[in-house]
Ligand binder design. Structure first.
Ligand code: PRP
Length: 182
């Protein structure tokens, strides 16, 4: 498959992602071994591929649900104000909840999610995040399961987009800076 012209380089290849997701799933399965059902909450759209792969590697009973968020202004990073577009269907009260995110950048989105879900009285609440850009953090948020730390570059693929493009690339790639810095 051809690498798109606006991609600078592949940061994390398909095999490395697969191995790390397998490790994360093993860890989650161990930690929740005694739980009757884990609720995975995927954050649309970015987490859809990560969640699909992670969930299929779990060896414990689980349910999958989704939530959609948006932010006022261009990005959650710039505004810090997050808005709920679509809520989960499941009532999480008394349930074990794992928020599944593709990336934590400023931390505003995950911070909003953790605060929001905490008010619903879950039995437990944790986060599982594929990518973290620690250099961009504005809010300190707890990440319980992390795939990879990455530098401050715009990444696409494996669910992540640029202007809604490149989400289904099988790898995680850095975009050419001139594409997003113009
Ligand atoms: C991305 C990503 C996280 C959020 C992280 O979502 O999926 O939800 O930004 O950024 P933050 O840590 O600065 O809050 P985006 O708004 O791009 O929507 P998408 O998942 O639909 O692409």
């Amino acid at each position: 498959m051809q690498v798109p012209a606006d991609v600078e380089r592949i940061l994390i290849d398909e095999k490395t992602i697969e191995q790390r997701v397998t490790e994360l799933a093993r860890q989650v399965s161990q930690d929740y071994a005694d739980v009757d059902q884990l609720i995975l909450v995927g954050v649309l759209k970015g987490a859809f591929i990560f969640l699909a792969d992670l969930a299929r590697k779990l060896t414990i009973p689980h349910r999958v649900d989704f939530i959609a968020l948006s932010s006022y202004g261009q990005t959650a990073t710039s505004s810090g104000v997050v808005r709920l577009i679509m809520d989960v269907k499941v009532n999480v009260e008394g349930r074990h909840v794992l928020i599944v995110e593709d990336i934590v950048d400023s931390g505003h989105t995950l911070d909003y999610l953790l605060r929001n879900f905490a008010t619903r009285n879950p039995a437990s609440l944790r986060s599982c995040v594929l990518l973290s850009k620690p250099g961009r953090r504005r809010v300190d948020v707890p990440i319980d399961y992390l795939g990879f730390e990455i530098p401050d570059v715009w990444v696409v693929g494996y669910g992540l987009d640029y202007a809604d493009k490149h989400r289904t690339l099988p790898y995680i790639a850095a975009l050419k800076p001139e594409v997003y810095q113009s």
